[in-house]
Design a protein. Structure first.
Length: 294
């Protein structure tokens, strides 16, 4: 079920030939750079030297494949480009995102009972819910929803050993489901949408799709100290935050720069109808998980 008018917000989808001069010109136009120009130019050259870096530059974000790579698979790679290694292991937001992934899986594992329908949106490669232990429950249906057909193709391969799986190509803002899921997990949509009204509309779609008494497991990015005097961030290395901002903001200009406080997120979810909140923070308080009930 393709939504022809939909647009993927996490990354661009067109394949273009890589041309570093294009990104050099864009960097020269950046005002108020975090680091000196020569340092950021060096980082740009380094990004062009490995596949993940080139994808980030070309697409201003990551798709399901590269999200899975960064969070799950790259830490087990034997050889990484030095800057790629820094991104995977030292970039504060990537470290927080990896913790967030395992926190969400743990919360899901605790909530599962028999006869449930569980959905992931966006599902990416579907690894968040197909790797859960379902050995002590029965009659479980798993649903993956994503707007990116490439991610759904990977998800189908990853889930081919499982029964009772459904994969859906759909826009989350036009989900239009009524009381279908016992648990809905979502990570990676609200961080790309700066418009609070649109995020509120997204949460209403989630609320409608969840059965009464069901759960939403959601993550969000908290504001950094540069954006809020009440930023909860801690346990991070200041130099790494600056380097991260230089790479992801000045050089790549990623789309995942929509930050919200826990109070704001809770208020938005309450307005949609959710209650009984639990917030679980990563060690840096950057990428928390909130569990809410309908």
């Amino acid at each position: 079920m393709n939504d022809a008018v939909s647009k993927i917000i996490s990354h661009k989808t067109e394949d273009t030939e890589f041309d570093i001069s294009k990104y050099q010109r864009k960097l020269l136009a950046v005002e108020d750079r975090v680091l000196p120009l020569d340092e950021e130019q060096k980082l740009l050259r380094q990004l062009s030297e490995f596949e993940l870096g080139r994808f980030l530059l070309q697409n201003r974000g990551v798709n399901g494949f590269w999200t899975s790579y960064i969070i799950i698979h790259a830490p087990n790679e034997e050889y990484l480009h030095p800057l790629e290694e820094w991104i995977v292991f030292s970039a504060p937001v990537i470290k927080a995102s990896r913790e967030r992934y395992y926190i969400m899986r743990h919360q899901l594992q605790q909530l599962i009972t028999s006869h449930m329908t569980i959905a992931s949106l966006p599902c990416g490669l579907f690894e968040d819910i197909i790797t859960i232990d379902y050995s002590k429950v029965s009659d479980i249906k798993l649903v993956g929803i994503d707007l990116d057909n490439k991610s759904l193709e990977y998800a189908a391969k990853n889930a081919k050993h499982l029964d009772n799986v459904e994969l859906i190509n759909k826009n989350a803002w036009h989900l239009n489901e009524e009381e279908k899921y016992d648990i809905l997990t979502s990570s990676g949509l609200n961080i790309y949408e700066p418009d609070n009204l649109k995020v509120a509309a997204l949460y209403r779609q989630f609320y409608n799709a969840i059965k009464p008494g069901g759960y939403l497991i959601l993550s969000f990015l908290t504001p950094p100290p540069s954006r809020s005097d009440n930023s909860p961030w801690h346990n991070y290395i200041a130099e790494d935050v600056l380097k991260q901002k230089a790479i992801f903001s000045d050089i790549i200009d990623v789309g995942w720069q929509s930050f919200r406080s826990a109070d704001d997120t809770k208020s938005q979810l309450e307005a949609a109808g959710f209650y009984e909140f639990k917030i679980i923070y990563d060690s840096q308080y950057m990428f928390p998980v909130i569990v809410a009930r309908k």
